[in-house]
Design a protein around this ligand. Structure first.
Ligand SMILES: [Zn+2]
Ligand SMILES: [Zn+2]
Length: 262
């Protein structure tokens, strides 16, 4: 199997201390054939990640790893944007000069409030607020793939419980249809398998619904912030993708989606 991890952080992200070379070495050991780094980035001064990213350092490390692991491991340069539907001009100005392979779009904050705090304040209703913000993102942002589509549950499941799919099916389907219309994919994010939540983000019913609605672009990522967990859960996620009716997983090159048979 051509294993690819399309969501990984290093010390180029504010919340990771992982060294890129070390992550690549571990990836090789774990039989991963391709890795795309997706560092946090925001142009919003109120976002926790603001000001951390040094693109010169990031691309130098990408080039070094591409040379060092050449022919054994394909290394791609991606990014994970916070609320890319806001401050769109600033995002465009910053990103247009960069040669990124892949752009993940994330809602990590609503009205500059972290999801964890949104959950504390609004409890179960936070799920609706989150999906509404995500719909705005998918309607406007220049991204390739929606990261961890039902992320709110990461903060909600312990405090006020997971969300009933049926309660939010309408807005979720609007998100998926808009994504398909705009040629934006979704990911299977395996980080939820490493905590007691014990499910992927998004859950299987969303992945299945995306497929039923005609969605094709699917990536898989560990969202790992440490070398030790590079590729964690990938094999399970490939299996899940097959169960949901997918015959291809996608990789990206200079933001072009390329199918890989599974
Ligand atoms: Zn994220
Ligand atoms: Zn991430």
């Amino acid at each position: 199997m051509y294993l690819m991890d399309y969501h990984h952080h290093t010390n180029n992200s504010f919340d990771s201390t992982a060294i890129m070379e070390e992550v690549c070495r571990r990836a090789l050991e774990n039989n991963i054939k391709e890795i795309c780094f997706t560092e946090h980035f925001s142009v919003n001064p109120l976002a926790p990640t603001y000001g951390h990213m040094n693109f010169e350092k990031y691309f130098r490390e990408i080039r070094d790893c591409q040379e060092q692991f050449h022919s054994q491991l394909t290394v791609k340069a991606g990014i994970e944007l916070c609320e890319p539907h806001l401050l769109m001009d600033q995002y465009e100005q910053t990103l247009k000069h960069l040669h990124l392979d892949f752009i993940l779009g994330s809602v990590h904050n609503i009205n500059n409030q972290k999801l964890r705090l949104v959950g504390k304040e609004h409890q179960q209703h936070a799920y609706q607020l989150y999906f509404e913000e995500l719909y705005k993102m998918v309607s406007a942002a220049d991204i390739d793939v929606i990261a961890h589509l039902d992320l709110m549950k990461r903060y909600g499941y312990k405090e006020f419980g997971n969300y009933p799919f049926a309660d939010h099916q309408e807005i979720i389907e609007q998100i998926l249809k808009k994504a398909i219309e705009r040629n934006i994919g979704i990911e299977i994010n395996t980080s939820g398998l490493r905590v007691s939540l014990n499910e992927t983000l998004p859950s299987m019913n969303i992945i299945q619904r995306y497929r039923e609605l005609g969605g094709e672009i699917l990536t898989i990522g560990s969202d790992s912030h440490k070398a030790e967990t590079v590729g964690a859960g990938l094999v399970e996620a490939y299996q899940l993708a097959k169960e949901c009716g997918f015959n291809y997983i996608y990789k990206f090159d200079k933001r072009k989606a390329i199918p890989v048979a599974i």
